[in-house]
Design a protein around this ligand. Sequence first.
Ligand code: HEM
Length: 153
Amino acid sequence: MGQAQAKGKSQLGDNFFAEIGGFACLERVHDLLYEKLYAHPWLKGFFVKSKLEIVKSQQNDFWAALMGGPSRYGGRSPRDAHVHMFLPAEVFAIRHELLGEALVEAGVPEALREIWLDMDTNFEKAVVNKSPDECHGRYRSEEVIIVPRPEDF
Ligand code: HEM
């Protein structure tokens, strides 16, 4: 995806960040989303080594910049951030659905929810992989995280 296309601003013609209500809205949505991710029988397995507060604040900053707000995010690109995790398409789809629920619960209006979810879909190719062979540690000693799908959900 090109830089211009990745920006909420140019995609929407105005400032989506301001429209949703800025950081207050992002924080509400990500508090709800990460509560669901950390409680999910399969997806929680990807976060065992991650600190909830750090992951949430990275998300807030990442999406703020993308949506035309302040560019505070200084972390990795989505592809580089997930290269050490085997993320099948089904995992992406579950997270995407949980985001949809979080947006409703946070009171984001439907028209804005649709745009937000479209922006989220744009990252599928960057984070999903077909086999663990496509994954490697982000630094030399980092292990690839593989979380088998539990049978009972
Ligand atoms: C739209 C899709 C996604 C986007 C845009 C996204 C974005 C990000 C970003 C920006 C970071 C911070 C990276 C850094 O600075 O190192 C991150 C970290 C992380 N993401 Fe995602 N992510 C997405 C999907 C997923 C999915 C489906 C999972 C698995 C359930 C996942 C699991 C994680 C984990 C575990 C971390 C923390 C890594 C660490 O602790 O170093 N992400 N993500």
